[in-house]
Write a protein of this length. Structure first.
Length: 734
């Protein structure tokens, strides 16, 4: 086994001792407080007992934990118990888990229920766990049917047993029923939909002094039970913990106040100064007491501790001041390449003993007490810390020194980056491995600072020395170069049509000595003034957009790009007339001509496209009614911006006011293919036609009517297939 292995073993041993002393670890106690989130180390039992049913099974059964309802782990630290009006936390503050023992009555439970259940934990008592701290909360349903007969009621019980299985006679044992009026601290709540109130106790802490059982094995048992009648429940939550049964004293160095800390878990503490024979405080829930010690070196204090269940314990302690100092000397030994340092421990104390923890500043530690040599694998400055502990007190003190070691072969120089921005002085060099350095920027001057900043491009050297200048390294050189010249630009249209957008793309490239563009040597990052972080953005607002391109060294260039919004061509055209018929079917369309704008018209009758700012169009469809959409699309020939607009015109039937049925094949029939009635001046119906009729020929029952004026009523379906009516007069001429 080499020296390094021996040091590691000593370190592990010491840290184990220190950890045990500070935190009270005990390998015999595994998962006592359910800190693993399970029932490891615990044993569970269930059984039934009923005074109402004699045939019920009363045998105690060992169960596999957890059970479905009667022994479970609670892990939701935000959960509250509904049967207490959500006033009881299921897990106490400061804990991750608790155990629930028992459950409420639920739909589907057998009749009678009458369950009883327990959890047990067996532990060996020593000085680290001689104070057992238990926290519990219970929920017990009460009914007047119990008639105050305790054996019938829901119940919670806490007992401790010795190795022989006999109950330990301690007031920590706790046995309570739902009607126990003499037990303080219970509250009452009646859940919604129930006639039976719940008696519940919030989290209660009790401490059991097990000092008399050191070296022995004891068993903790928690038990809850339903009533032995029918349907009233009892259940509980609990956790457990342990600590040494002693008062810890903190009175160190130059302090004039001693701090005494009694074991936690008790309801009240009363402190007494034994030397002065007086009580120094009334009952308090605080387990820590500050004791003034000006002009005093040794004082005895006594503490009386009362638990929530009425148990009383007491402890005494003698306050002694411990004055440890931490000090050491260090010097390099060996040659200029050995890298060894000799440490001499010079720590002292006024009483007790000392233990040590060295931190050599290189990631290694040790607990050695005397003079020793430490070998470093790195050279130069080392922040060495020595912590001195002074048991049996909790006092400790430390000191920190900057210690040197030297191996001239380990002296080195490097640049934070091999390139800097053009024209800048941002170069930074880091030397290592020596106590002082001589730089090419200021030769013959020795500086303990290992960093040089604000350097322009160039070649630099450094030499390393120990503090006595007996050991010197060779010169080490580093060159800082200027970053290559590079450019950036934005591509994309610098304008957009109103209501649209344009895409801008940034790119960068390096320029070689011949001023020819080349691909960027390293990736560039881009930051736009609108907050975007990418090489491409899409914008729909006129503005000056700037992009800052940055290389890996932080060198940056900013490029502006003015983006304008182009207004769309106008579409405020006119149409005349807006109502036509088969006889008057010419439409004129016009718009004021704008520069560099082309106009295209469509008329809604599938007749093609017309161009120009002023056009005319004939509608030749043989329809009784129609609604035509006239559309204009105008285009900017410079930027390509387009705009469009529409309007509608209405086609109605043409009804003449004169017709001449004289056989010349011209205007011989009035309104063919319409549903129509013709009346004379006397209201006599002369003609009734349909959409299939040729129209009125000016006769009535085969006889030609005399020239005169006649009344008509015409019906037709418009473009929306809605029935319309036209009334008027027609003059017959022969």
């Amino acid at each position: 086994m080499n020296k390094r292995h021996r040091l590691i073993i000593r370190l592990i041993t010491c840290l184990t001792i220190i950890s045990s002393g500070l935190f009270g670890t005990n390998p015999n106690l595994i998962n006592l407080g359910f800190e693993n989130g399970n029932f490891t180390g615990w044993t569970g039992y269930t059984w039934q007992y009923s005074t109402a049913v004699s045939s019920i099974n009363t045998s105690k059964m060992l169960v596999t934990l957890p059970t479905s309802r009667r022994q479970i782990i609670i892990s939701d630290t935000t959960a509250y118990d509904a049967n207490t009006g959500n006033a009881l936390r299921k897990v106490p503050k400061g804990y991750k888990y608790s155990a629930r023992l028992g459950d409420e009555i639920k739909s589907g439970d057998s009749n009678p229920r009458c369950w009883e259940q327990s959890l047990q934990y067996t532990m060996k008592v020593d000085s680290s766990n001689s104070l057992l701290v238990m926290k519990f909360a219970c929920v017990l349903q009460y009914s007047s049917q119990h008639d105050n007969i305790t054996e019938f009621e829901p119940r919670f019980r806490l007992n401790l047993y010795n190795n022989a299985g006999n109950k330990i006679n301690t007031c920590t044992n706790y046995d309570v029923y739902s009607t126990s009026g003499t037990v303080k601290g219970f509250q009452t709540y009646t859940p919604s939909g129930s006639n039976d109130p719940v008696k519940w106790r919030d989290w209660t802490t009790v401490g059991a002094d097990l000092s008399a059982y050191k070296g022995q094995t004891i068993t903790i048992e928690f038990m809850s039970a339903d009533c032995t009648g029918r349907y009233h429940y009892g259940y509980a939550y609990f956790v457990a913990d342990y600590q040494p049964m002693k008062i810890s004293t903190d009175f160190c160095g130059s302090s004039d106040t001693a701090r005494l800390t009694a074991p936690t878990g008790f309801e009240s503490y009363r402190w007494r100064d034994v030397n002065a024979n007086k009580i120094v405080n009334s009952d308090t829930t605080l387990s820590t007491l500050a004791v003034p010690m000006i002009g005093k070196d040794s004082v005895i204090y006594h503490c009386i501790m009362r638990s929530a269940t009425g148990c009383i314990d007491s402890l005494s302690t003698t306050i002694l001041k411990y004055k440890p100092t931490a000090a050491f000397a260090a010097k390099m030994v060996g040659t200029c390449t050995d890298n060894n340092v000799e440490f001499t421990n010079k720590s002292t104390t006024n009483r007790g003993r000392l233990t040590y923890l060295w931190d050599y500043g290189d990631g290694s530690t040790d607990t050695i007490s005397g003079t020793h040599i430490h070998h470093y694998t790195t050279s130069g400055h080392h922040p060495v810390k020595l912590t001195t502990y002074n048991p049996p007190s909790t006092c400790s003190v430390d000191t920190l020194k900057d210690v040197e070691s030297i191996n001239t072969d380990l002296v080195g120089l490097k640049a934070d980056q091999d390139s800097i921005c053009i024209g800048s002085s941002t170069g930074k060099l880091r030397a290592s491995g020596a106590w002082t350095y001589e730089w090419s920027t200021n030769p013959a001057t020795f500086n303990i600072d290992s960093i040089k900043s604000g350097l322009p491009a160039g070649t630099y050297w450094v030499k390393g020395y120990d503090s006595t200048h007996n050991c010197t390294s060779n010169k080490h050189y580093v060159t800082i170069s200027e970053e290559s010249e590079w450019m950036d630009s934005i591509q994309g249209k610098n304008w957009f049509c109103s209501g649209q957008n344009t895409k801008l793309s940034a790119s960068g490239w390096y320029v070689n000595t011949n001023k020819l563009a080349g691909i960027a040597k390293t990736p560039l990052t881009y930051q736009w003034n609108n907050g975007a972080i990418s090489d491409t953005i899409t914008v729909n607002k006129a503005d000056i957009y700037t992009v800052t391109a940055t290389d890996k060294w932080g060198c940056s260039r900013t490029y502006p790009y003015n983006v304008k919004e182009k207004v769309l061509p106008l579409i405020n055209f006119t149409v005349s007339p807006t109502t036509i018929n088969p006889k008057r079917n010419l439409v004129s369309c016009s718009i004021n001509q704008e520069s560099n704008v082309l106009y295209e018209w469509t008329f809604g009758d599938n007749t093609g496209v017309s161009s120009g700012n002023s056009v005319t169009h004939y509608y030749n469809q043989n329809l009784p009614s129609a609604l035509y959409t006239i559309a204009l699309k105008d285009s900017d020939t410079v930027y390509g911006c387009t705009n469009s607009g529409t309007t509608s015109i209405l086609l109605e039937p043409f009804v003449p006011n004169v017709f001449t049925p004289n056989g010349d094949d011209h205007n011989d029939y009035f309104m063919p293919n319409y549903e129509m009635n013709i009346y004379d001046r006397n209201g006599i119906l002369l003609y009734s036609g349909t959409k299939e009729s040729k129209g009125w020929d000016g006769s009535y029952k085969g006889s030609r009517m005399e020239p005169d004026t006649y009344f008509y009523i015409i019906h037709y379906a418009d473009y929306n297939n809605q029935k319309q009516t036209i009334k008027g007069y027609i003059t017959l001429i022969r």
